[in-house]
Design a protein around this ligand. Structure first.
Ligand SMILES: *[C@@H]1O[C@H](CO)[C@@H](O)[C@H](O)[C@H]1NC(C)=O
Length: 258
């Protein structure tokens, strides 16, 4: 029990501890998980995808809460320095995709995979690719991969207050006609925004931006779904009962006449 309590206190302390950066100090970006957007409980490690990765993968030691959350953080190749903008986009790596890599990426994009990085304890999320819907009959779509990640980071003094990423600054790469070996170049850019918001506002900011679909809507859908089922079943029961009763009445009447 005492061990558990110390763990909880440590977890709370470490989450309250604000990291302070000197200008130009390295801001570590950890890659975390990827998974289908509509099933946030199904997650894989980011480096299971054929993406830019360091020669030696270094995992971050995780807190208890993070382990329970299914986090698997590892260092990334992004070289982000406090208050240093990167623009135009800089190369992250060049990689050559094999047939299997291409198939894996395409499948992930078709399943609407998102990815999650962690920057100064802030989770930032984006989509791996983009599906452009084509004709209706026959149904087809273009599978496109985002190759640039743009980081927006808000800072106040020597602290990071908020961060997000966007992928839409650059045109995606079309994977439909890609033939292995397919060379691809990943890039990134960074913009630092000064803000007056305080470190204490951070929880609100991070929680306020919802990336996942609202669970409330899902609840409504399932409630309506169950209601429809209940009415259908009730309908069947009523139909069967009336038939049986009708038969019984008919028999009763004929019995009477006898
Ligand atoms: C991301 O952050 C930037 C700068 O802080 C902000 O202007 C933008 O609206 C944010 N985008 C989203 C999708 O929250």
């Amino acid at each position: 029990m005492a061990v558990y309590r110390t763990l909880v206190v440590l977890a709370i302390l470490s989450s309250c501890l604000a990291e302070k950066y000197k200008d130009g100090a390295k801001v570590e970006v950890y890659v975390n998980k990827v998974g289908p957007y509509f099933n946030p409980h199904e997650t894989y490690h980011y480096y299971q995808l054929p993406v830019c990765r360091p020669q030696k993968i270094e995992h971050k030691s995780l807190s208890l809460g993070e382990v329970l959350d299914g986090d698997r953080m590892a260092k990334s190749l992004y070289d982000i320095r406090f208050k240093k903008n990167i623009s135009p986009a800089q190369e992250l790596c060049k990689t050559t995709l094999s047939e299997a890599d291409l198939a894996q990426l395409k499948e992930a994009i078709e399943d609407l995979y998102y990815f999650e990085f962690v920057l100064d304890n802030i989770p930032v999320r984006g989509f791996l690719g983009h599906l452009e819907e084509g004709g209706f009959l026959p149904h087809n779509h273009k599978v496109q991969l985002w190759t640039n990640i743009h980081f927006n980071i808000q800072y106040n003094g020597d602290q990071i207050i908020y961060a997000n990423i966007s992928t839409k600054e650059h045109e995606p790469v079309n994977l439909d006609d890609a033939v292995a070996p397919f060379e691809i170049r990943f890039t990134y850019s960074v913009k630092w925004h000064p803000t007056k918001l305080k470190y204490s506002d951070r929880d609100k900011l991070v929680k306020g931006t919802s990336f996942f679909p609202k669970t409330l809507e899902i609840h409504w859908l399932s409630i309506i779904n169950s209601l429809v089922l209940v009415f259908l079943l009730l309908g069947f029961v009523v139909i069967i009962l009336t038939r049986v009763l009708k038969n019984d009445f008919a028999r009763y009447n004929t019995d009477d006449e006898d």
